[in-house]
Ligand binder design. Structure first.
Ligand code: ADP
Length: 625
């Protein structure tokens, strides 16, 4: 109507029309029907993913809870002394697929409540004996989760309002309007479900790239029969990206969440919000609160996108967050998440995944057939070891894709006359060029003042070398290699420990007076902070100062205290996988990480020795030659 009064040539007209087009195009009530079949879900997860058994189990549990919540029949108790009213209500509500029980008075109601749970009690206000108000009081005290709805005649509306003040959920006036009864019950049940649903309601997949987070999300959507879409939070700089722009200028846009919902044409898709940890640091506004509006079941029922300017119900969207690391995620958000950790694959797992999933997939995607092209096991092992260095399998997949592309090209050039191709490990070198990584510590020599450490990175784990040198000077400690503050403090602590035990190490008393010490951690690409390099720095220093070489093939992780105790650290699994990639044979781990070590699956611990240590001296004895 307003539109008809605006001149069609004006900007407002265009904005108005675009806006209305947009509103009309949204899937307001369009939902896909959920497939709530756990056995089927499990089959789909297994079909598409090798391993990950603990993760699949957690996902299935999460789905099971959702399934139960969705399929559980709500139980409703009707209390009314008028038989006709009772019969009517039972009839209407049973048709809505609720479990309905009816009684004629307050005493009867209390008896029912004692023996079983009800989600909603629909009670007449005026009854002989225990009346509606009494019943309300008792239910509020004893069954606070149960919602009470009052039924009243017109004359008693003021007391109905009084009842609401006392905690009744709502009231319905007689004679009933059936739609109203249905609506009030539905809302009462929803308010209950929301309560039960708030904590840990959003799945968060945390772990390095290429470990299967996205593809597992896709499988969940398939298992539920829902649409799937992804939305990268990484680099978002403005609340408007999430909440939309106000429609005050030409070019205003809705937020990305609403955009995605429109694109998939369903109001209950699985939406994967990627890179939670990479939201722009210079974000305008508070990203956590903007996201909570989207994710929080208490708020997202009426999500208001500034562009839409009308509430859109996001409560049936299933959100899955992903992040590489969770350290930077604000607490209020973290509280709402159920975190599932993806930590990376072993060499053996990668080999299986490559031969069963990645190779066939890439061969098909490049228009070839698995009858014509085959990778040998040796070739796959070689690609993993010499052309990739990662916790996940993203680069592995890229390398396989690159080979398939080259074969596809050759196939086209041969005009279909190509013979079957077997990709051997020699062929890998032909297709991919010289090996990229020679990184095998055991090939290197043991040296004085160099120790092998293990760190956790965003992409999994990695090995680092800590180097120590001394020069003439006066007691200075020089630290380079862009280390964070915590790591610098570890270096201080390690040095102080050695100085205070100089005698035991056989270091001359006046040595420190006459020397500066320099600690350096090369390889600029790895972000280096955290306390876990403590014992590595200690070993580098001890090696330097005692002139005994440190074994290169022993890698270590552990925090150190001034008194030489070794404290536990995080990322044990990632670090051990990294050690194995570098062909390290022995890993030194704080004794207080024993539980983490025991939790590792057998194949992670294959052909690697794990030594648990309590003190700095244990470490030094194990590593110095
Ligand atoms: P992420 O989202 O963690 O970065 P992706 O889900 O994109 O990782 O995984 C990268 C590739 O590896 C995809 O092609 C995926 O299908 C495949 N993939 C990852 N994990 C597995 C697994 N356990 N089994 C089979 N394929 C996998």
């Amino acid at each position: 109507d307003m539109i008809s009064r605006i001149s069609p040539s004006s900007a407002e007209y265009t904005i108005g029309i675009t806006y209305i087009d947009y509103l009309v195009s949204l899937p307001w009530n369009k939902k896909t029907e959920d497939i709530l079949d756990l056995a089927r879900a499990e089959r789909i997860l297994n079909e598409n993913h090798y391993g990950l058994s603990a993760i699949k189990e957690r996902v299935l549990e999460h789905l099971a809870v959702k399934v139960l919540m969705m399929s559980k029949k709500a139980r409703i108790l009707i209390v009314d002394d008028e038989e006709i009213a009772r019969k009517n209500l039972v009839h209407v509500l049973t048709k809505e697929e609720y479990d309905v029980i009816a009684v004629a008075d307050g005493e009867g109601a209390l008896k029912e409540l004692e023996t079983s749970e009800f989600d909603v009690v629909l009670t007449d206000l005026r009854m002989a004996g225990i009346d509606g108000m009494d019943l309300l009081d008792r239910i509020r005290v004893r069954y606070p989760e149960t919602r009470v709805v009052m039924v009243t005649g017109f004359a008693t509306v003021p007391s109905a309002i009084e009842a609401m003040r006392k905690g009744a959920f709502h009231y319905i006036a007689k004679p009933f309007k059936l739609d109203e009864v249905r609506e009030v019950i539905r809302r009462a049940l929803e308010s209950k479900a929301v309560r039960a649903n708030t904590k840990g309601s959003v799945l968060c997949f945390a772990g390095p790239p290429g470990t299967g987070k996205t593809s597992l999300g896709r499988s969940i959507a398939r298992a539920l029969g829902r649409k799937f879409t992804r939305l990268a939070l990484g680099g978002m700089k403005d609340e408007a990206d999430i909440r939309g722009h106000r429609r005050t200028y030409v070019g205003a846009k809705p937020g990305r969440v609403i955009e995605e919902i429109r694109r998939v044409e369903s109001s209950n898709p699985v939406i994967m919000l990627d890179e939670l940890d990479k939201i722009g640091r210079d974000f305008k506004g508070d990203p956590a609160s903007a996201l909570l509006e989207v994710l929080d079941p208490e708020q997202n029922r009426a999500f208001t996108d500034h562009y839409l300017d009308a509430p859109f119900d996001l409560s049936s969207v299933m959100f899955i967050l992903t992040a590489n690391v969770l350290d930077t995620v604000p607490a209020p958000l973290r509280d709402r998440m159920e975190v599932i950790t993806f930590s990376g694959y072993t060499q053996e797992e990668k080999e299986h995944i490559a031969s069963r999933f990645l190779c066939p997939k890439q061969i098909r995607e490049k228009g070839l057939s698995t009858d014509l092209v085959a990778f040998t096991d040796d070739a796959i092992a070689k690609i993993i070891q010499e052309y990739t260095r990662e916790a996940g399998i993203r680069n592995l997949e890229r390398k396989i894709a690159a080979i398939c592309r080259k074969i596809a090209k050759a196939s086209v050039e041969s005009r279909g006359a190509m013979q079957p191709v077997r990709i051997t490990s020699e062929a890998v070198e032909h297709y991919l060029g010289k090996r990229k990584y020679h990184f095998e510590v055991i090939e290197e020599q043991d040296r004085i003042g160099v120790a092998t450490g293990l760190v956790r990175t965003e992409t999994g784990g990695d090995i680092i070398f800590v180097e120590a040198a001394n020069m003439k000077g006066s007691k200075d400690l020089i630290i380079t290699g862009s280390l964070g503050d915590v790591m610098r403090e570890s270096a201080q602590a390690a040095l102080s420990y050695i100085r205070s035990n100089a005698g035991e190490f056989g270091i001359a008393d006046d040595f420190f007076e006459r020397h500066d010490i320099h600690i350096h951690v090369p390889s600029g690409a790895i972000q280096k902070d955290g306390p876990s390099a403590g014992i590595t720095i200690l070993v580098a220093l001890a090696s330097l100062l005692t002139r005994r070489p440190a074994r290169r093939d022993i890698a270590m992780t552990g925090e150190i205290t001034l008194t030489g105790r070794v404290l536990p650290v995080g990322g044990i699994r990632e670090k051990i996988l990294a050690a194995r990639r570098a062909k390290v044979r022995t890993v030194i781990v704080p004794a207080r990480n024993r539980d983490d070590v025991e939790e590792l699956d057998g194949n992670v611990k294959n052909d690697i020795e794990i030594r648990l240590v309590d003190t700095a001296m244990d470490v030094v004895k194990a590593v110095l030659i």
